[in-house]
Write a new protein. Structure first.
Length: 178
């Protein structure tokens, strides 16, 4: 269903907020599956789908990630999704493969939007290209060196409420030319 001029701000595009506090209950299986399916529907360069996902719900792994990624908001999150590249992505830097970071970023956003749409909260936490974050995160997750860890996205039932975004800044819009 298309939005109209009077209700477009009710869209998930405006309702999605970075949620950093979660209730301890685990999201339902259908909510998690919906997020995974939405991630798989992300548009990527040449439809290459150069990503894989790690679904984390083991508290020991979540705590291990929290230690090496202190900004990650995993302390109260019952689950997280980690967006990683496929193996040997560096050797596949064809013209389409050059966009891998953009592709993985699009997947990260799609996961956050899907979380909001199914009634959950999420917070996109970047990892790559900061080696001091990526290397220890790889170790916690058992990810080999030839796989990029782009982001960690804690998610769950929100334990905080935020109003929709109000960030309209017309001075950032250029018409036809800079």
């Amino acid at each position: 269903m298309a939005l109209s001029e009077g209700d477009y701000r009710s869209s998930v595009l405006f309702r999605r907020r970075s949620i950093r506090r979660f209730k301890p209950e685990r999201p339902s299986d259908w909510q998690v599956k919906a997020m995974l399916e939405a991630a798989m529907c992300t548009p990527t360069a040449c439809n290459g789908m150069p990503f894989e996902l790690i679904l984390v719900e083991d508290r020991k792994v979540l705590d291990g990630l929290q230690k090496v990624l202190p900004f990650s908001r995993l302390k109260t999150a019952p689950m997280a999704m980690v967006v990683i590249s496929h193996k040997d992505w560096k050797s596949k830097l064809t013209p389409c493969g050059l966009f891998i970071q953009q592709d993985l970023a699009a997947v990260s956003l799609q996961i956050c939007l899907a979380a909001c749409e199914v009634g959950l909260g999420a917070c996109w936490c970047g990892v790559h290209p900061i080696k001091q974050l990526e290397a220890p995160a790889r170790k916690v997750l058992g990810v080999p060196d030839n796989v990029m860890v782009l982001s960690v996205i804690p998610f769950g039932i929100p334990d905080e409420e935020k109003s929709p975004n109000e960030k309209w800044a017309p001075e950032k819009v250029h018409r036809d030319r800079y």
